[in-house]
Design a protein around this ligand. Structure first.
Ligand SMILES: [Cu+2]
Length: 334
């Protein structure tokens, strides 16, 4: 059992129990057929290997009659040529029909989310029917339960691979190309994901979380996420730092806004994850830490010790008080 109420059982990010996400435990109709396909392949491999081993043993050490029979030309034509051709063609057709509808282009009315692989985190954007980005976020994806969601996958740098094993298949994210993958969750919960294509440095620490909500809860989430910021930040105020939390000033003078966006403030950097609602995320650092004020302060102070090689500098210059302030400010961005 997870002790953190935000993290349902069996779906926890690493650093918490339950990591890595189970791969043969489907939670929706996009991963179910893949699960079946996997088992069909495993069973076939085992059966064919056993038959070949037995035949090999008989051909080498068996009774003379068997040795003669197994050396014949007919057997080579049937078992060595016809059988594999039929079986492999059958499996190919089965595999292609199983995966085809999962990666078909979006149909009108389907919900679309764009996820871009970045070294070593995920940029997330929710699209409207015209394909415009209406909500930007990072490292956590929210979907409604019970219907397929189209993921448009691309990459900003090298090849990554998007994989949320309990909800669907694995799909490469290739620079300059847009790949389509459908995921569907049939139960509410948080499902772990992982970059599944080596992309350098901290690749193994590039995880994400997909959170599935009941439809009403999803609409409530979407309404909140679309808002720029909690009302208190008063973006129109003439002197922005007056009346704002102490951590806002730390964020401002440390230059965090050069890389990070907090919608509703002047901070609009694009090099790092959007932080507008970072306080509501389940994890930090690309799925690797539970999100609370302590891990937040630790990450800001020295993310290089936690995720070596990632693209955010360490901030050894920040004092304990500054770290408390800035982490409290970011945790307040729900
Ligand atoms: Cu990777």
């Amino acid at each position: 059992m997870s002790t953190d109420p935000r993290i349902p059982d069996g779906a926890t990010p690493r650093g918490l129990e339950g990591w890595p996400p189970p791969v043969l435990d489907p939670a929706g109709p996009m991963s179910q057929p893949l699960n079946t396909l996997t088992w069909v392949l495993v069973v076939m491999v085992v059966v064919v290997s056993l038959v070949v081993l037995v035949a090999l043993w008989l051909a080498l050490f068996g009774p003379r009659a068997w040795r003669r029979r197994l050396g014949g030309e007919t057997l080579i034509l049937i078992a060595g040529f016809a059988f594999p051709a039929v079986v492999l063609t059958g499996l190919l057709i089965y595999g292609l029909t199983t995966t085809r509808q999962i990666s078909e282009p979006p149909r009108p009315g389907e919900m679309r989310i764009r996820v871009t692989g970045e070294m070593w985190w995920w940029r997330v954007a929710y699209l409207d029917a015209q394909g415009r980005e209406v909500i930007q976020d990072a490292n956590e994806v929210h979907i409604p339960v019970g219907r397929p969601v189209v993921f448009e996958l691309d990459s900003a740098d090298v090849i990554h691979s998007f994989w949320v094993p309990r909800l669907g298949g694995k799909m490469d994210m290739i620079p300059g190309r847009r790949n389509i993958l459908r995921l569907q969750a049939d139960q509410a919960g948080a499902f772990g994901g992982q970059c599944a294509e080596y992309c350098g440095g901290p690749h193994a620490l590039m995880g994400l979380v997909v959170v599935a909500h009941e439809p009403a809860a999803f609409e409530a989430w979407r309404a909140r996420a679309a808002q720029p910021l909690p009302a208190r930040s008063e973006p129109g105020a003439p002197v922005p730092s007056i009346g704002l939390p102490a951590g806002y000033a730390v964020f401002e003078r440390s230059g965090c806004g050069a890389c990070h966006t907090v919608r509703g403030t002047p901070f609009n950097g694009q090099a790092g994850p959007d932080l507008t609602h970072v306080g509501s995320r389940r994890t930090l650092g690309g799925g690797i830490l539970p999100n609370n004020q302590g891990t937040m302060a630790g990450w800001i102070s020295d993310s290089q010790a936690i995720k070596p090689g990632n693209r955010m500098p360490a901030y050894p210059v920040l004092t304990g008080q500054e770290l408390r302030d800035v982490s409290a400010y970011l945790e307040s961005l729900k």
